[in-house]
Structures are given as structure tokens and as C-alpha cells.
Design a protein around this ligand. Structure first.
Ligand code: ANZ
Ligand code: ZN
Length: 847
């Protein structure tokens, strides 16, 4: 009977929906397992083939855990506030709420068609007032603890989206989302003090099972560095404090640099101490136009102006050194001022070389260094020289000795610094959670009473951002004007909304108790389900969502709302699914390639033509899927043509889970054939109890390997092992009932629809979804070996041990490797090779 995937998949999806098969309830008699995937942003484009890679992988883990007796929570929801929907709504003149509802319905239908074992009874939506009530509630708690504050700051402003961006959203000086240039603007913003958690966000990574690159990226982003602040007296009378990680090099400081924004400059100008004011001001104006990224780019030409009129005094040797302003020193890091040591810092070396400043060696390596070529920056092998009381010490020892000297002489102290900045938490857009704060002329900023939550987003028609990035809510005075919760007088609501990252910073908690209207989730539910046991998501969220949610979780732990310090015990990340670039030479249809070759004469010329026509990207055969290239694969089409089980199998077989992989429609067919072969085994049930001797080792090995591979997220090699098993069954004329049942059990997490159907056809009344996972016997996994004879021209020359199920090519290769056989073959040419399965190899040779 042919496999009718459409009917079978629809049938089982209906069963799961009607019976709430995957609904999870607290059950203290069972161990719990909380599997989580990043909930999607329901965009107008619908599901992408990238989504199912993550969802299927953890679906497989979740399904296997259920079969192993765990009470599994695997939830799904919608992260639906934010710019893409708002921009789409603006363009099409529809309310974002309507757009969201439509997109959610589409996404949900698509996800259901994939047979994912989500508990749909726990579905959440961040734009639902019953949900964002608690997002606002958390904001109020942050405010009450002094962790939310309003501040005038220079912010990143995207000229395209007309919105303020967090540092994390600015990539290489442009907006991560739209690619438009990002400029600096001074605005009054709500900020969250994530920096108060910087140490814990690094230190607590140690107890977690995060893949290496995630913890490394978080650590680097937080950027903890250990050093010292050192005070330099100046001829202006002010003390100029610098931050350095190389206090050992203080004797080598030959000049200083302050950032163009440094407060002393204004002060010194006003005091009439600076002679070259015009030059300084021109430089400041130029620096203000650049992004931090441009300013700190390593290879860029160093620029700067020497402050004429004020000098500094090196505290350790009394030397007078000049002070420069230069944009390679940032206002927002350390103290915004540095001591420059050109002999041992590359940027200082470049600057000193350009401006002809002295370079004094204070650290020597094993080999003499050539300081006219480059700075010597190796700290591991260096020894201090020209440094008075530090001479002869290693860099590490010299740092410690200098810290002690600084503290004794009141010239500085040890200091830890972080790259992490506080989180800019306001957006001047409509489609976000209103910030529950009110401003009263008399009382200042006042939090809304909790009883007034949720503070609903008003329904308005004109929600485009105002000129200069003013919030659209500001135009709606009927909503803005309110009374002060403190004095009852007239007051105004905050008109900024929260950033897109707010709702996702705690959603995993809501899943534990999604319908609770008294608290964000009950203690009992949180104690039972949290923390998340396994969380999979994109690398692009490492320094955004993943960091923000760890921060919020730690805060909620501190105020006694959640029982664990960390939200996620384990974090993995999937590689992207890429597409073929239709404009690359490699991917041209044969006919077109031939025609172009004829026209241009050579491959090189065709490639040059393609680059000219499509740009540099024509040289990359594998690229990100994009609408403009027409290489976007729609999962709906794949499900329609091949079925969900095939799509699932293919998404897992496509390559190593952590690596990027190109989509290749032709290998989907191979996955479909594999499933059809298994379906065919239903008609090839052979007599016999249990596992037949010839297959026993393979069965045990397969159970072991598939189980271990699922636990290690190596679905691709698990599938390869299942293929070996299926081949072995066909080689042996079919499967016994027991052999087929094991196959269905092991395959069920990957291809749940077809396996449930075949399981039912075998007469079972339970579902595989909760049927206990098969066990194996380690002793029976070992490969069975047999002895076979090796003949040369019919005469036995050797006897060898081979695996019982050895393939012909391997048996012959092993036979030829025998010394006695090689001797008999010396000087002869093999004309024929024969393998008699399980018995002998015969090599016929002439000469
Ligand atoms: C003297 C020195 C000598 C330095 C040397 C380095 C090598 P991390 O590890 O990133 O914390 N620095 C300090 N504040 C800065 C600012 N606002 N803008 C640009 N650079 C700044 O790096 C700390 C080092 O970066 C500091 O140590 C300082 O240069 C520079 F052989 O001081 B160092
Ligand atoms: Zn008031």
C-alpha cells in the first residue's frame, strides 16, 4: 500500500489537538523536563525554513524525554511587539493589532502542520494586555529598586527606523535591522541598570551548560577588565584620572589623551587656559559626527590635537607630558582619558609615530624588540626595564607592586571596568508596552499604582513616529493627560514605549502558569517547572535577548519571585539555513551556463560578467535566503509536496546542527524515499520472536546510538544509524514484529505521524508518544565477528576475523592486507575478486 502522507499527517494532528496529547500539568510523581525554543516574531512573511530547524531539534529531545518517563513542558508563543509589524502596518494602513492577529494565525497553522509536540494550551502573546500587565509590573519593581532610571544620554538614533537603538542593535555603525546609518542624539531615556549585574552575569556562567561560543561571547560583551585608576596632576590644577590595565607601564607614559567630549576641555577653555581653542573645537565637531565603531577601528589613521596650554605630571617620576584630544579615546569607557604608552600599546604607538612623540621602552621580551617597527605587547614574556623600583619584575608582579605604590601614595587605586553599558529602555514608537510612569510637575516621576495595570496601549489611527523621533503617543493628549498618583494634581504619562526585548525577557516564566491573573506565575508552578532544562536559539541573540533575560531573571530572583538564580540550565544554538545564490556561476541552470560560456569565451569571463551584473555577491554560491534572490523556501510548499515527516527528517539530516547549511531540494527526496522504505516494511513482516541473531547486535547498537545522539543533538548521525538498520532489515528479507517495533519507537521523535500510524496498524492502542523508550544491552552491542578463509587462486593462505555483517569491499580489503596473502600475490596482477558471504575471499591472480 502506498504511503498517503497527507491523510496520515492530518489524522494524527487532529488526534493530538483533540486529545491535548502534549498538554503538561504539574505531576510531582515524575521528573520534569522543560524544553524551550525561542518563540518567533510573527512577521508578515510567515514561517521560514530556518524556524523548524530549532523547533524540530528540541521537539525530538522533548518527545524522547516523554518516552523516557519525564513530564515534559514544551511551549510556544508569540513575541509580537516591535518594529517590523509596526512598519508593515504603517505601509498598509492597518492597525498593528490586526496585523499581529493575522500573522499569529498563519504561523500557528504552519507550526501545527509540522507535528511539533507543543502544549498549545499554554500559548502566550506578548501583545496581550493580560501578558504585558506583568511586563509592566516587572518594570515597576525595577523602578522601585532603583534599577530603572531616566537619564539624558547620547543615544544611537537610526535615521531609517527613526528610533533609538540599544548598543546591541548597532552593528558596524549601522542599524542591525534596516542598515541605515546610526547617528548620535541627546535624549532623555529610561535606562535599566544591567551593569549592576555585570559580575554575576559573568560569574554565574560557570555553573551552566552553555555551548562554549555562547559563554565566550557573553563574557566578551560584558568585557570585565582588571586594572587601576591613576591620578595625574595637571598644570591647570585639576587631577586627570585615567583607567589602565597596564599600571606596570607607568614609567613609559610619554603623553596623555582625553576624549574630545572630556569635561575638562570646556572647563579649561572657559578658564582661558587653552590657546588653540578654534583648532580644538573644530576637532570636537568632527569627532561628534563619527560612531564609536568608526572611532575605535583599529586600522584607521590616528588623528588628534595637542592641548596648547595645559600639561600633566606623571605621578611616578614627575615628568611633564603633553595632553592631546583624540577620538580613539572614548568618552564612555573608563574615565574617558588615558595615559599613553607608545612602546607597548599599538594604538598609542601609531599615534606617537604620526605625531613624533617619544617612545620609551619599559618592558623587554626575550628577544630585543624593534620599537621603530611596532609596539611590544607581549605580557607573558616581558620583564620591566627603565622603571625604577619595578625593574626586573614580570608584568604581573610589576602591576601588583604598582597598585601598592599608587595606594600608598594616594595616586590611584585598583579598579575593575566593564564594557557593558546600561540598557536604553525607551523607544519612541507605538507598537510596544506603554511604560507605566507618570510625570508630575510637583512630584516628579511617579510609578503607576500596580492596581492600574495593565496600562493599555490606546487604540489610535495615526501611529507614525513624529518628526525628529517623537513618540506618536505624545500627540494623544486625551491619553497623555492624567492625574498624579502621588498628589492627585495634573500629570502626564510617559509616551515612550518599551523596546522589543522587554516581553521576551521573562516569557519562559509565563509558560509555567500562563493564565494566572494574580501573579506572573504561581510559586508552585515556578518551583516545579523552572529553570528551563534546555534552551535552543540563535547565536544572534547571545548579547541581546539571552543576556537581557538572564538579567531580569536574576533581578526576579533577588526580589523573591523566582526560585532559581539562572533561567536556563543549558543553551545550544543552531546554524542558519542558507540558500543557493541563483546568480552564482555554480548554480546557473546548465543551458544558461552553456550559453554564457559561448558568449564570453571562458569561465573567468562569465564570472566577471556576473559580478558586473549582480555585484560582488555573485561570487558566493551559498548565501542567506532572501526575497530579492528568490531563493526563499517556504515550509508550506515542502509540507504539501513531501509531508511534514520528510521536512522534519530533512531539516535534521541537513548537517551538523551547530553549523550553517545550504538548503538542497534534491536531497529532500532521499529523505522521502527513506520513509517510504520504512512504510514498505509494514508489508514485509517475517516470522520470528524478538530479534533474529543476524540482527541482534545491530538492533542494540541502533538503540544505543540513536538515544545518545538525540541527547547530544546529533540528529543527523542518529538518522544515519537508522538508515543502516533499515538496510540490514531489507538484507534479511524484512523485519520481525519486534524488529519493526523498535524501529518505529526510535524513529518516532523524528517522524511522529508515520510511526504512530504504523504502530496503530500493528494493533497497539497506546500512542508511541508516551510508549517507553526501548532499552539495549551493552554486552550485545559489541560487533559479532566471524572467521573467514582467504584464498589465492583457490589455495587457502590465511584465516582472518571480520565483522559478521562486513561489506564485500571491506572483506576484500582486509584480506589483501594479510602478510601471507601479499606474499602470495607478489609480482602478480589480480584479475578477479570473490567474496562468499560469511565464508571466504578468493583472489584470482595472473603473472
Ligand atoms: C596604558 C596602557 C599601556 C594600556 C599598554 C594598554 C597597554 P580594556 O582591556 O579594553 O579594558 N583605554 C582606557 N580607557 C579608554 C578609553 N576611554 N578609550 C580608549 N581606550 C581606553 O583596555 C584598557 C586599556 O585601554 C587601558 O590600558 C587604556 O590603555 C585603554 F601598554 O593604559 B592602557
Ligand atoms: Zn504630583
Amino acid at each position: 500500500m502506498k504511503y498517503d502522507f497527507k491523510a496520515v499527517e492530518a489524522k494524527w494532528q487532529k488526534v493530538w489537538e483533540d486529545e491535548h496529547t502534549f498538554h503538561a500539568e504539574i505531576d510531582k510523581s515524575k521528573p520534569k523536563f522543560y524544553a524551550l525554543v525561542e518563540f518567533p516574531y510573527p512577521s508578515a512573511a510567515g514561517l521560514h525554513v530556518g524556524h523548524p530547524r530549532s523547533y524540530t531539534a528540541l521537539d525530538i529531545v522533548a518527545r524522547k524525554k516523554r518516552q523516557c518517563g519525564y513530564n515534559v513542558l514544551y511551549p510556544m508563543g508569540w513575541d509580537a511587539f516591535g518594529l517590523p509589524t509596526e512598519n508593515y502596518a504603517l505601509k498598509n494602513h492597518i492597525n498593528p493589532e490586526i496585523v499581529t492577529a493575522k500573522n499569529v494565525a498563519r504561523f500557528k497553522a504552519q507550526l501545527k502542520s509540522l507535528g511539533l509536540s507543543f502544549d498549545w494550551d499554554r500559548e502566550i502573546n506578548t501583545t496581550d494586555p493580560d501578558y504585558y500587565k506583568w511586563t509592566q509590573w516587572i518594570f515597576l519593581q525595577l523602578y522601585k529598586k532603583g534599577l530603572a532610571y531616566k537619564k539624558e544620554t547620547t543615544v544611537n538614533y537610526c535615521t531609517g527606523c527613526k528610533v533609538v537603538l540599544a548598543n546591541e542593535e548597532v552593528v558596524n555603525g549601522v542599524c542591525e535591522r534596516c542598515g541605515s546609518p546610526v547617528v548620535h542624539k541627546v535624549k532623555s531615556q529610561w535606562m535599566l541598570k544591567i551593569t549592576a549585574y555585570a559580575d554575576r552575569l559573568i560569574d554565574d556562567l560557570d555553573g551552566l551548560d552553555y555551548i562554549e561560543r555562547v559563554s565566550t561571547q557573553q563574557k566578551n560583551w560584558i568585557g570585565r577588565s582588571h586594572g587601576a585608576e591613576i591620578n595625574f596632576d595637571t598644570t591647570a590644577g585639576d587631577t586627570l584620572t585615567v583607567y589602565t590595565t597596564r599600571a606596570d607601564t607607568l614609567f613609559g607614559c610619554t603623553y596623555m589623551v582625553v576624549s574630545p567630549e572630556h569635561a575638562f576641555i570646556k572647563k579649561w577653555v572657559e578658564a582661558g587656559l587653552i590657546k588653540n581653542v578654534d583648532e580644538i573645537k573644530a576637532y570636537q565637531a568632527e569627532a561628534a559626527r563619527k560612531s564609536d565603531f568608526e572611532r575605535t577601528e583599529l586600522n584607521k589613521e590616528k588623528t588628534g590635537v595637542c592641548i596648547d596650554g595645559v600639561q600633566a605630571i606623571n605621578p611616578v617620576n614627575g615628568k611633564v607630558v603633553p595632553i592631546f584630544i583624540s577620538d580613539y579615546v572614548l568618552a564612555t569607557y573608563g574615565t574617558g582619558a588615558i595615559m599613553a604608552v607608545p612602546a607597548h600599546d599599538t594604538r598609542d604607538w601609531e599615534f606617537a609615530t604620526k605625531f613624533g612623540l617619544p617612545i620609551i621602552e619599559v618592558v623587554k621580551g626575550n628577544e630585543p624588540s624593534n620599537l621603530s617597527e611596532a609596539a611590544f605587547t607581549d605580557v607573558a614574556t616581558g620583564t620591566l626595564v627603565n622603571s625604577g623600583f619595578l625593574d626586573g619584575l614580570s608584568v604581573e608582579d610589576a602591576k601588583e607592586k604598582m597598585y601598592a605604590w599608587l595606594e600608598e601614595n594616594h595616586k590611584g587605586c585598583k579598579k575593575v571596568n566593564f564594557k557593558l553599558r546600561d540598557w536604553v529602555f525607551s523607544r519612541q514608537r507605538y507598537w510596544g508596552e506603554p511604560i507605566p510612569m507618570v510625570y508630575c510637575e510637583k512630584c516628579g516621576w511617579q510609578p503607576l499604582p500596580e492596581s492600574e495595570l495593565p496600562l493599555r496601549l490606546p487604540e489610535i489611527k495615526d501611529f507614525e513616529p513624529g518628526p525628529d523621533g517623537e513618540s506618536p503617543l505624545a500627540r494623544h493628549t486625551e491619553w497623555v493627560n492624567t492625574t498624579c498618583p502621588c498628589c492627585g494634581g495634573p500629570a502626564k504619562r510617559e509616551t515612550d514605549t518599551m523596546p522589543q526585548w522587554a516581553g521576551s525577557s521573562w516569557y519562559f516564566l509565563r509558560y509555567c502558569d500562563p493564565h494566572n491573573d494574580k501573579e506572573l506565575a504561581s510559586k508552585e508552578a515556578l518551583e516545579y517547572w523552572s529553570p528551563v532544562d534546555w534552551y535552543n536559539g540563535g547565536m544572534e541573540h547571545t548579547t541581546l535577548h539571552l543576556l537581557y533575560s538572564r538579567f531580569w531573571h536574576k533581578f526576579l530572583y533577588d526580589i523573591g519571585v523566582v526560585p532559581s538564580k539562572e533561567p536556563y540550565n543549558k543553551r545550544t544554538s543552531h546554524g542558519m539555513i542558507l540558500g543557493l545564490n541563483p546568480h552564482a556561476f555554480e548554480n546557473l541552470p546548465d543551458a544558461e551556463r552553456k550559453q554564457l560560456l559561448a558568449e564570453f569565451g571562458s569561465e573567468k569571463a562569465v564570472r566577471a560578467h556576473l559580478v558586473e551584473k549582480y555585484g560582488e555577491m555573485a561570487e558566493h554560491p551559498i548565501v542567506k535566503m532572501s526575497k530579492s534572490l528568490g531563493n526563499v523556501v517556504n515550509p508550506d510548499d515542502v509540507v504539501n509536496e513531501y509531508g511534514a515527516d520528510t521536512l522534519r527528517l530533512y531539516e535534521m539530516f541537513i548537517g551538523d546542527f551547530e553549523k550553517a547549511a545550504p538548503w538542497n531540494t534534491s536531497s529532500i527526496k532521499g529523505c522521502k524515499r527513506f520513509l517510504e522504505r520504512i512504510w514498505g516494511l509494514g508489508d514485509k513482516i517475517v516470522e520470528g520472536e524478538g530479534y533474529r541473531p543476524a540482527l541482534e547486535a545491530t538492533v542494540h547498537r541502533t538503540i544505543k546510538k540513536v538515544g545518545e545522539d538525540i541527547d547530544a543533538l546529533k540528529a543527523n548521525t542518529a538518522i544515519a544509524q537508522l538508515m543502516i538498520y533499515v538496510n540490514a532489515l531489507y538484507d534479511n528479507g524484512g523485519a520481525t514484529r519486534a524488529e519493526l517495533e523498535v524501529l518505529l519507537q526510535l524513529l518516532n521523535p523524528f517522524a511522529p505521524h508515520m510511526t504512530e500510524e504504523m504502530w496503530q496498524q500493528l494493533g497497539h492502542i497506546d500512542q508511541l508518544a508516551y510508549h517507553p523508550w526501548p532499552s539495549y544491552d551493552e554486552a550485545k552491542c559489541v560487533e559479532q565477528t566471524i572467521e573467514i578463509a582467504v584464498q589465492v587462486n583457490g589455495k587457502v593462505k590465511a584465516r582472518i576475523q571480520v565483522a559478521a555483517d562486513i561489506e564485500q569491499a571491506d572483506a576484500i580489503a582486509q584480506a589483501k592486507a594479510e602478510p601471507a596473502v601479499q606474499e602470495a600475490l607478489a609480482g602478480k596482477t589480480i584479475v578477479k575478486e570473490i567474496y562468499v558471504k560469511g565464508k571466504l575471499v578468493n583472489l584470482a591472480a595472473k603473472g
